[in-house]
Design a protein around this ligand. Structure first.
Ligand SMILES: N[C@@H](CCC(=O)N[C@@H](CS)C(=O)NCC(=O)O)C(=O)O
Length: 201
């Protein structure tokens, strides 16, 4: 069975949500980057959350885990196939959720919680904040009022993007998420699979 090293509110939510949508069984184990257990450190020496074990396979990137699970446990409509309209958007937003959005949040979170007081509002923190908000505006414009980012249906790309509501909270910019993007995310949060995943401690 898949073992997902999880912390509530962390990117492991993406993986749990996907498993819940697909009905893929999984177990969780505690993951903490502040107080990592020996077991977690052995699976992920970087101590970032999540990590995943599947037999001998060991992974530490949340979007890669989603791709892996869909490939191993699919077929699933959560994936857009190359012959379908929306394939390019699907790939783009699947990656953009992490590489184009959430990744910018990490140094902002680090600065907010770990930098000395006189450095918390430094130039880089301002740049990261502006960059994330500009990218969220981009998502809102591209959505243009639609419910999903690709292929006119719910896909793993929506799971990837929706995580940013959590990332933005830790980065202290959750109130600045553009309204169209927050409405899109709140609509996704109505899904029972999301609610089950979000409740996992
Ligand atoms: N690209 C990785 C990022 C993982 C990541 O940075 N996770 C956060 C928690 S959501 C973390 O562990 N941060 C602590 C750190 O960066 O040291 C992924 O998508 O899994």
């Amino acid at each position: 069975m898949l073992k997902i090293y999880h912390a509530q509110g962390a990117r492991s939510l993406r993986v749990l949500w996907l498993c819940e949508e697909m009905g893929v069984p999984y177990e969780t184990a505690e993951a903490s980057f502040m107080k990592p257990s020996d077991e977690f450190k052995a699976v992920n020496p970087l101590k970032t959350v999540p990590a995943m074990k599947d037999g001998d396979v060991s992974m530490i990137e949340s979007v890669a885990m989603m791709i892996y699970i869909m490939a191993k446990h699919g077929p699933t409509d959560l994936e857009v196939k190359p012959n379908e309209a929306g394939y390019g958007d699907y790939l783009q937003y699947l990656m953009f959720g992490e590489a184009g959005l959430a990744a910018y949040g990490n140094p902002l979170v680090g600065t907010r919680f770990m930098a000395p007081d006189d450095q918390k509002e430094n130039w880089t923190a301002g740049y990261l904040k502006k960059t994330m908000l500009k990218r969220l505006e981009f998502v809102g414009e591209r959505l243009g009022g639609k419910q999903f980012v690709a292929a006119d249906r719910f896909t793993a790309a929506d799971i990837s993007i929706a995580y940013i509501a959590n990332g933005a909270k830790y980065a202290g910019i959750e109130k600045e998420i553009p309204t169209p993007v927050m409405s899109y995310i709140e609509n996704l949060w109505q899904r029972p699979a999301y609610q089950r995943a979000a409740a996992v401690k």
